[in-house]
Design a protein around this ligand. Structure first.
Ligand SMILES: [Zn+2]
Length: 428
Protein backbone atom coordinates (compact mmCIF):
# COMPACT_ATOMS: atom_id res chain seq x y z
CA UNK A 1 0.00 0.00 0.00
CA UNK A 2 2.76 2.44 1.04
CA UNK A 3 4.61 1.54 -2.14
CA UNK A 4 1.54 2.47 -4.24
CA UNK A 5 1.18 5.85 -2.54
CA UNK A 6 4.89 6.48 -3.03
CA UNK A 7 4.61 5.56 -6.71
CA UNK A 8 1.59 7.84 -7.16
CA UNK A 9 3.42 10.76 -5.51
CA UNK A 10 6.47 10.15 -7.67
CA UNK A 11 4.42 10.20 -10.89
CA UNK A 12 2.51 13.29 -9.71
CA UNK A 13 5.72 15.15 -8.88
CA UNK A 14 7.21 14.13 -12.22
CA UNK A 15 4.26 15.58 -14.20
CA UNK A 16 3.96 18.66 -11.99
CA UNK A 17 7.65 19.43 -12.52
CA UNK A 18 7.53 19.17 -16.30
CA UNK A 19 4.07 20.72 -16.85
CA UNK A 20 4.53 23.90 -14.75
CA UNK A 21 7.08 25.66 -16.97
CA UNK A 22 4.70 25.28 -19.91
CA UNK A 23 1.81 26.98 -18.14
CA UNK A 24 3.75 29.97 -16.74
CA UNK A 25 5.99 30.34 -19.82
CA UNK A 26 9.00 30.74 -17.51
CA UNK A 27 11.54 30.09 -20.22
CA UNK A 28 9.88 32.08 -22.96
CA UNK A 29 11.20 35.59 -23.17
CA UNK A 30 8.79 38.47 -23.41
CA UNK A 31 9.02 40.14 -26.81
CA UNK A 32 8.53 43.88 -27.00
CA UNK A 33 8.70 46.10 -30.07
CA UNK A 34 9.35 49.79 -29.55
CA UNK A 35 8.02 52.01 -32.32
CA UNK A 36 9.37 55.57 -32.47
CA UNK A 37 6.45 57.36 -34.14
CA UNK A 38 6.80 59.10 -37.55
CA UNK A 39 10.19 59.40 -39.36
CA UNK A 40 11.58 60.52 -42.72
CA UNK A 41 9.21 62.89 -44.52
CA UNK A 42 6.65 62.24 -41.80
CA UNK A 43 7.78 64.74 -39.17
CA UNK A 44 4.90 64.38 -36.72
CA UNK A 45 4.06 67.43 -34.63
CA UNK A 46 6.31 70.48 -34.77
CA UNK A 47 6.47 73.31 -32.30
CA UNK A 48 9.00 76.07 -31.61
CA UNK A 49 11.80 74.18 -33.34
CA UNK A 50 10.97 70.82 -31.75
CA UNK A 51 10.28 68.00 -34.22
CA UNK A 52 8.30 65.06 -32.92
CA UNK A 53 9.97 62.31 -35.01
CA UNK A 54 13.36 63.25 -33.49
CA UNK A 55 12.03 63.39 -29.93
CA UNK A 56 10.33 60.01 -30.37
CA UNK A 57 13.61 58.43 -31.54
CA UNK A 58 15.58 59.82 -28.59
CA UNK A 59 12.99 58.49 -26.13
CA UNK A 60 12.85 55.13 -27.93
CA UNK A 61 16.63 54.61 -27.85
CA UNK A 62 16.74 55.34 -24.10
CA UNK A 63 13.80 52.98 -23.58
CA UNK A 64 15.56 50.28 -25.60
CA UNK A 65 18.83 50.66 -23.62
CA UNK A 66 17.04 50.44 -20.30
CA UNK A 67 14.60 47.65 -21.16
CA UNK A 68 17.36 45.50 -22.67
CA UNK A 69 18.94 45.29 -19.22
CA UNK A 70 16.03 43.22 -17.87
CA UNK A 71 16.11 39.44 -17.78
CA UNK A 72 13.72 37.38 -19.89
CA UNK A 73 12.99 39.97 -22.53
CA UNK A 74 13.81 40.56 -26.18
CA UNK A 75 13.50 44.14 -27.33
CA UNK A 76 13.23 45.33 -30.93
CA UNK A 77 12.76 48.69 -32.61
CA UNK A 78 10.77 49.43 -35.77
CA UNK A 79 13.28 52.11 -36.74
CA UNK A 80 16.69 53.09 -35.35
CA UNK A 81 17.25 55.96 -37.76
CA UNK A 82 15.25 58.66 -39.51
CA UNK A 83 13.49 56.06 -41.68
CA UNK A 84 9.98 56.34 -43.03
CA UNK A 85 7.69 53.38 -42.42
CA UNK A 86 3.99 52.88 -42.98
CA UNK A 87 1.84 51.91 -40.02
CA UNK A 88 1.20 48.53 -41.66
CA UNK A 89 4.97 47.95 -42.00
CA UNK A 90 5.49 48.69 -38.30
CA UNK A 91 2.70 46.29 -37.31
CA UNK A 92 3.99 43.68 -39.77
CA UNK A 93 7.45 43.92 -38.20
CA UNK A 94 5.97 43.41 -34.72
CA UNK A 95 3.96 40.40 -35.91
CA UNK A 96 7.09 39.04 -37.65
CA UNK A 97 9.06 38.88 -34.39
CA UNK A 98 6.01 37.51 -32.57
CA UNK A 99 5.70 40.54 -30.31
CA UNK A 100 3.72 40.42 -27.07
CA UNK A 101 3.41 44.17 -27.18
CA UNK A 102 3.98 46.95 -29.72
CA UNK A 103 4.60 50.27 -28.03
CA UNK A 104 4.36 53.36 -30.22
CA UNK A 105 6.02 56.46 -28.78
CA UNK A 106 4.67 59.95 -29.51
CA UNK A 107 4.30 63.54 -28.35
CA UNK A 108 1.00 65.34 -28.44
CA UNK A 109 -0.20 68.71 -29.73
CA UNK A 110 -3.70 70.17 -29.83
CA UNK A 111 -5.24 72.44 -32.43
CA UNK A 112 -6.20 74.95 -29.77
CA UNK A 113 -2.79 74.62 -28.00
CA UNK A 114 -4.72 74.43 -24.72
CA UNK A 115 -4.35 70.81 -23.58
CA UNK A 116 -1.54 69.36 -21.49
CA UNK A 117 -0.80 66.01 -19.81
CA UNK A 118 -0.11 62.37 -20.66
CA UNK A 119 -2.42 59.83 -22.23
CA UNK A 120 -2.27 56.29 -23.61
CA UNK A 121 -4.40 55.11 -26.54
CA UNK A 122 -5.33 51.45 -26.82
CA UNK A 123 -7.56 49.11 -28.81
CA UNK A 124 -11.26 49.04 -27.92
CA UNK A 125 -11.51 45.28 -28.41
CA UNK A 126 -11.14 42.06 -26.42
CA UNK A 127 -7.76 41.02 -25.06
CA UNK A 128 -6.10 43.91 -26.88
CA UNK A 129 -8.15 46.24 -24.70
CA UNK A 130 -7.59 44.23 -21.54
CA UNK A 131 -3.83 44.05 -21.98
CA UNK A 132 -3.56 47.60 -23.33
CA UNK A 133 -5.45 49.01 -20.37
CA UNK A 134 -3.20 47.32 -17.81
CA UNK A 135 -0.10 48.49 -19.70
CA UNK A 136 -1.43 52.05 -20.07
CA UNK A 137 -2.08 52.33 -16.35
CA UNK A 138 1.45 51.08 -15.63
CA UNK A 139 2.81 53.80 -17.94
CA UNK A 140 0.76 56.58 -16.37
CA UNK A 141 1.82 55.40 -12.89
CA UNK A 142 5.42 56.03 -13.96
CA UNK A 143 4.57 59.46 -15.38
CA UNK A 144 2.96 60.32 -12.04
CA UNK A 145 6.45 60.17 -10.52
CA UNK A 146 7.46 62.86 -13.00
CA UNK A 147 4.40 65.01 -12.42
CA UNK A 148 2.70 65.14 -15.82
CA UNK A 149 -1.09 65.47 -15.71
CA UNK A 150 -2.78 62.07 -15.99
CA UNK A 151 -5.31 62.20 -18.83
CA UNK A 152 -5.99 58.48 -18.81
CA UNK A 153 -6.00 55.32 -20.91
CA UNK A 154 -8.47 55.67 -23.74
CA UNK A 155 -10.00 54.14 -26.85
CA UNK A 156 -11.03 55.87 -30.06
CA UNK A 157 -13.15 54.47 -32.86
CA UNK A 158 -13.31 55.45 -36.52
CA UNK A 159 -16.53 55.89 -38.52
CA UNK A 160 -16.33 52.21 -39.48
CA UNK A 161 -16.45 51.19 -35.80
CA UNK A 162 -12.85 49.91 -35.89
CA UNK A 163 -9.94 51.30 -33.85
CA UNK A 164 -9.26 54.85 -35.08
CA UNK A 165 -5.47 54.85 -34.74
CA UNK A 166 -3.76 53.02 -37.60
CA UNK A 167 -0.94 51.44 -35.61
CA UNK A 168 -3.43 49.93 -33.13
CA UNK A 169 -5.76 48.77 -35.93
CA UNK A 170 -2.96 47.26 -38.04
CA UNK A 171 -1.46 45.51 -35.01
CA UNK A 172 -4.82 44.07 -33.94
CA UNK A 173 -5.36 42.76 -37.47
CA UNK A 174 -2.11 40.80 -36.94
CA UNK A 175 -3.05 39.62 -33.45
CA UNK A 176 -0.64 41.97 -31.70
CA UNK A 177 -1.59 44.27 -28.81
CA UNK A 178 -0.45 47.83 -29.43
CA UNK A 179 -0.51 51.00 -27.35
CA UNK A 180 0.31 54.61 -28.22
CA UNK A 181 2.05 56.59 -25.50
CA UNK A 182 1.45 60.34 -25.86
CA UNK A 183 4.09 61.45 -23.37
CA UNK A 184 2.97 65.06 -23.09
CA UNK A 185 2.00 68.10 -25.19
CA UNK A 186 4.76 69.81 -27.18
CA UNK A 187 2.67 72.96 -27.60
CA UNK A 188 1.88 73.75 -23.97
CA UNK A 189 4.12 75.54 -21.50
CA UNK A 190 2.99 73.29 -18.62
CA UNK A 191 4.59 70.29 -20.34
CA UNK A 192 7.69 71.96 -21.75
CA UNK A 193 9.81 71.18 -18.68
CA UNK A 194 9.26 67.45 -19.29
CA UNK A 195 10.82 67.34 -22.77
CA UNK A 196 13.01 70.40 -23.35
CA UNK A 197 16.41 68.70 -23.00
CA UNK A 198 17.84 65.46 -24.40
CA UNK A 199 18.32 64.17 -20.85
CA UNK A 200 14.65 64.76 -20.08
CA UNK A 201 13.63 62.87 -23.22
CA UNK A 202 15.88 59.99 -22.17
CA UNK A 203 14.28 60.05 -18.74
CA UNK A 204 10.87 59.62 -20.38
CA UNK A 205 12.28 56.62 -22.26
CA UNK A 206 13.53 55.08 -19.01
CA UNK A 207 10.09 55.58 -17.46
CA UNK A 208 8.54 53.80 -20.45
CA UNK A 209 11.00 50.94 -19.90
CA UNK A 210 10.21 50.70 -16.18
CA UNK A 211 6.47 50.66 -16.94
CA UNK A 212 6.99 47.84 -19.45
CA UNK A 213 9.15 45.86 -17.01
CA UNK A 214 6.54 46.24 -14.27
CA UNK A 215 3.72 45.25 -16.61
CA UNK A 216 5.53 42.02 -17.54
CA UNK A 217 6.76 41.43 -13.96
CA UNK A 218 10.42 41.46 -14.97
CA UNK A 219 13.55 41.90 -12.91
CA UNK A 220 17.04 43.12 -13.64
CA UNK A 221 20.19 42.20 -11.78
CA UNK A 222 22.23 45.00 -13.34
CA UNK A 223 19.57 47.59 -12.46
CA UNK A 224 18.94 45.95 -9.09
CA UNK A 225 15.16 45.84 -9.47
CA UNK A 226 12.58 43.08 -9.21
CA UNK A 227 9.01 43.65 -10.37
CA UNK A 228 7.92 40.02 -10.22
CA UNK A 229 5.35 40.96 -7.53
CA UNK A 230 3.86 43.78 -9.59
CA UNK A 231 0.05 43.64 -9.66
CA UNK A 232 -1.40 44.63 -13.02
CA UNK A 233 -4.63 46.58 -13.22
CA UNK A 234 -7.21 43.96 -14.14
CA UNK A 235 -10.20 44.95 -16.23
CA UNK A 236 -12.91 42.62 -17.48
CA UNK A 237 -12.58 41.18 -20.95
CA UNK A 238 -15.00 43.32 -22.97
CA UNK A 239 -17.60 41.48 -25.03
CA UNK A 240 -18.00 44.42 -27.44
CA UNK A 241 -16.11 47.59 -28.36
CA UNK A 242 -15.24 49.83 -25.41
CA UNK A 243 -16.56 53.08 -26.83
CA UNK A 244 -15.06 56.49 -26.13
CA UNK A 245 -17.18 59.15 -24.47
CA UNK A 246 -18.32 61.57 -27.17
CA UNK A 247 -20.97 63.40 -25.12
CA UNK A 248 -20.23 66.49 -23.00
CA UNK A 249 -20.34 66.39 -19.18
CA UNK A 250 -23.85 65.87 -17.82
CA UNK A 251 -23.77 68.60 -15.17
CA UNK A 252 -21.94 71.95 -15.22
CA UNK A 253 -23.26 74.54 -12.78
CA UNK A 254 -21.61 77.73 -11.55
CA UNK A 255 -22.34 79.78 -8.40
CA UNK A 256 -20.78 82.95 -6.99
CA UNK A 257 -19.64 82.58 -3.39
CA UNK A 258 -17.94 85.94 -2.84
CA UNK A 259 -16.97 88.98 -4.83
CA UNK A 260 -14.09 91.04 -3.43
CA UNK A 261 -14.03 94.31 -5.33
CA UNK A 262 -11.06 95.75 -3.44
CA UNK A 263 -8.75 92.89 -4.33
CA UNK A 264 -10.56 92.24 -7.59
CA UNK A 265 -11.15 88.55 -6.90
CA UNK A 266 -14.14 86.26 -7.23
CA UNK A 267 -14.70 83.11 -5.22
CA UNK A 268 -16.67 80.70 -7.39
CA UNK A 269 -18.22 77.29 -6.81
CA UNK A 270 -18.32 74.85 -9.70
CA UNK A 271 -20.31 71.62 -9.80
CA UNK A 272 -19.74 69.31 -12.75
CA UNK A 273 -20.02 65.62 -13.45
CA UNK A 274 -19.63 63.29 -16.39
CA UNK A 275 -21.34 59.97 -15.79
CA UNK A 276 -19.44 58.22 -18.60
CA UNK A 277 -15.80 59.19 -18.34
CA UNK A 278 -15.17 61.64 -15.49
CA UNK A 279 -13.80 65.17 -15.49
CA UNK A 280 -10.40 66.41 -16.63
CA UNK A 281 -10.07 70.20 -16.95
CA UNK A 282 -11.97 73.43 -16.40
CA UNK A 283 -11.44 76.95 -17.62
CA UNK A 284 -13.12 80.26 -16.85
CA UNK A 285 -14.06 83.19 -19.05
CA UNK A 286 -14.61 86.70 -17.66
CA UNK A 287 -16.01 88.09 -20.91
CA UNK A 288 -19.03 85.83 -21.29
CA UNK A 289 -17.21 83.07 -23.20
CA UNK A 290 -15.23 85.01 -25.82
CA UNK A 291 -11.85 84.25 -24.29
CA UNK A 292 -10.89 81.61 -21.73
CA UNK A 293 -8.06 81.37 -19.21
CA UNK A 294 -5.55 78.48 -19.20
CA UNK A 295 -7.13 75.09 -18.50
CA UNK A 296 -6.85 74.01 -14.88
CA UNK A 297 -6.61 70.46 -13.58
CA UNK A 298 -9.89 69.05 -12.29
CA UNK A 299 -9.64 68.42 -8.53
CA UNK A 300 -10.76 65.17 -6.95
CA UNK A 301 -14.37 66.32 -6.32
CA UNK A 302 -17.64 66.95 -8.15
CA UNK A 303 -18.06 70.34 -6.46
CA UNK A 304 -15.29 72.73 -5.44
CA UNK A 305 -14.48 76.40 -4.89
CA UNK A 306 -11.82 78.39 -6.65
CA UNK A 307 -10.65 81.98 -6.78
CA UNK A 308 -10.33 84.03 -9.93
CA UNK A 309 -8.48 87.33 -10.24
CA UNK A 310 -10.27 89.97 -12.29
CA UNK A 311 -7.82 92.15 -14.23
CA UNK A 312 -8.28 95.94 -14.39
CA UNK A 313 -10.67 97.18 -17.05
CA UNK A 314 -12.95 94.14 -16.87
CA UNK A 315 -16.44 93.97 -15.45
CA UNK A 316 -16.83 90.19 -14.94
CA UNK A 317 -19.36 88.16 -16.90
CA UNK A 318 -18.30 84.65 -15.85
CA UNK A 319 -18.76 81.40 -17.77
CA UNK A 320 -17.01 78.04 -17.21
CA UNK A 321 -16.08 75.33 -19.67
CA UNK A 322 -15.73 71.94 -17.96
CA UNK A 323 -14.01 69.13 -19.92
CA UNK A 324 -14.46 65.38 -19.59
CA UNK A 325 -11.73 62.75 -19.96
CA UNK A 326 -12.16 62.83 -23.75
CA UNK A 327 -11.64 66.62 -24.00
CA UNK A 328 -15.35 67.23 -24.68
CA UNK A 329 -16.67 70.22 -22.73
CA UNK A 330 -19.92 71.64 -21.38
CA UNK A 331 -20.47 75.36 -20.78
CA UNK A 332 -21.95 76.49 -17.46
CA UNK A 333 -24.63 79.07 -16.75
CA UNK A 334 -23.37 82.68 -16.95
CA UNK A 335 -23.01 84.99 -13.95
CA UNK A 336 -22.81 88.78 -14.36
CA UNK A 337 -21.49 90.76 -11.41
CA UNK A 338 -22.93 94.27 -11.41
CA UNK A 339 -21.02 97.22 -10.05
CA UNK A 340 -17.58 95.67 -10.28
CA UNK A 341 -15.14 98.62 -10.61
CA UNK A 342 -13.06 98.77 -13.78
CA UNK A 343 -9.92 99.64 -11.79
CA UNK A 344 -8.98 98.22 -8.39
CA UNK A 345 -9.70 100.41 -5.39
CA UNK A 346 -6.15 100.14 -4.09
CA UNK A 347 -4.83 101.53 -7.39
CA UNK A 348 -7.30 104.40 -7.29
CA UNK A 349 -6.10 105.18 -3.78
CA UNK A 350 -2.40 104.88 -4.50
CA UNK A 351 -2.86 107.92 -6.76
CA UNK A 352 -4.22 109.82 -3.76
CA UNK A 353 -1.35 108.64 -1.55
CA UNK A 354 1.28 110.11 -3.86
CA UNK A 355 -0.45 113.48 -3.63
CA UNK A 356 -0.43 113.74 0.15
CA UNK A 357 1.04 111.45 2.80
CA UNK A 358 -1.28 112.73 5.55
CA UNK A 359 -4.41 112.04 3.52
CA UNK A 360 -3.32 108.44 3.08
CA UNK A 361 -4.19 107.53 6.65
CA UNK A 362 -7.67 108.94 6.18
CA UNK A 363 -8.22 106.97 3.00
CA UNK A 364 -7.13 103.79 4.77
CA UNK A 365 -9.72 104.18 7.55
CA UNK A 366 -12.52 105.09 5.18
CA UNK A 367 -11.59 102.11 3.04
CA UNK A 368 -12.22 99.74 5.93
CA UNK A 369 -15.63 101.24 6.56
CA UNK A 370 -16.60 101.20 2.95
CA UNK A 371 -15.53 97.58 2.48
CA UNK A 372 -18.76 96.34 4.05
CA UNK A 373 -20.79 98.55 1.76
CA UNK A 374 -18.91 97.39 -1.30
CA UNK A 375 -19.46 93.74 -0.41
CA UNK A 376 -23.14 94.32 0.13
CA UNK A 377 -23.41 95.97 -3.24
CA UNK A 378 -22.51 92.76 -4.98
CA UNK A 379 -25.53 91.50 -6.82
CA UNK A 380 -25.66 88.31 -8.79
CA UNK A 381 -27.79 88.85 -11.84
CA UNK A 382 -28.75 85.66 -13.51
CA UNK A 383 -32.17 87.00 -14.55
CA UNK A 384 -32.77 90.73 -13.91
CA UNK A 385 -30.15 93.41 -13.50
CA UNK A 386 -30.70 95.96 -10.72
CA UNK A 387 -29.77 99.64 -10.28
CA UNK A 388 -26.33 100.57 -11.54
CA UNK A 389 -23.92 101.85 -8.89
CA UNK A 390 -22.07 105.16 -8.76
CA UNK A 391 -19.02 104.18 -10.83
CA UNK A 392 -21.27 102.97 -13.60
CA UNK A 393 -23.28 106.24 -13.49
CA UNK A 394 -20.02 108.22 -13.79
CA UNK A 395 -19.06 106.07 -16.75
CA UNK A 396 -22.44 106.83 -18.39
CA UNK A 397 -22.04 110.61 -17.79
CA UNK A 398 -18.55 110.57 -19.37
CA UNK A 399 -19.93 108.65 -22.35
CA UNK A 400 -22.75 111.20 -22.67
CA UNK A 401 -20.33 114.14 -22.62
CA UNK A 402 -18.11 112.47 -25.24
CA UNK A 403 -21.06 111.76 -27.54
CA UNK A 404 -22.42 115.32 -27.06
CA UNK A 405 -19.06 116.89 -27.95
CA UNK A 406 -18.79 114.68 -31.01
CA UNK A 407 -22.28 115.72 -32.12
CA UNK A 408 -21.47 119.46 -31.73
CA UNK A 409 -18.22 119.01 -33.66
CA UNK A 410 -20.12 117.30 -36.49
CA UNK A 411 -22.67 120.17 -36.68
CA UNK A 412 -19.87 122.79 -36.77
CA UNK A 413 -18.04 120.81 -39.45
CA UNK A 414 -21.17 120.39 -41.53
CA UNK A 415 -22.18 124.09 -41.37
CA UNK A 416 -18.60 125.11 -42.23
CA UNK A 417 -18.58 122.86 -45.29
CA UNK A 418 -21.98 124.05 -46.57
CA UNK A 419 -20.83 127.66 -46.06
CA UNK A 420 -17.73 126.98 -48.17
CA UNK A 421 -19.87 125.40 -50.95
CA UNK A 422 -22.16 128.44 -51.07
CA UNK A 423 -19.06 130.68 -51.35
CA UNK A 424 -17.76 128.63 -54.29
CA UNK A 425 -21.13 128.76 -56.07
CA UNK A 426 -21.20 132.54 -55.69
CA UNK A 427 -17.73 132.76 -57.35
CA UNK A 428 -18.92 130.93 -60.47
ZN1 LIG B 1 2.91 61.48 -33.17
Amino acid sequence: MKKRIFLFLLIFTFFAFFMTPVTIRADEPVIVVIDPGHGGENLGARYNGYIEKEMNLTVAQAMYDELSQYDGIQVYMTRESDAELTLAERAEYAAGVNADLLISLHFNASESHTFYGSEVWISAFGENYQEGYAFGEAVLDQFDTLGTYRKGVKTRLGDDGEDYYGIIREARARNVTAAIIEHCYMDHDFDKSFYNTTEKLKHLGRLDATATARYFGLSSESLGVDYSDYKKVMVELPSSAVKPDLTPPDICYLELEESDKDNRTLKLRLSAEDYDSGMLYYSYSLDGGETFATLREWPDADTFQFIVEVPNGISPHVVINAYNKYDVYATSNAITIEGFPLVSKTEQESAVVTESESEATITETTEEESTIEVWEEVIITTENSTEPDRSFTTFLIICGICLGSLFILLIIGYSYLSHQKKKRRRKF
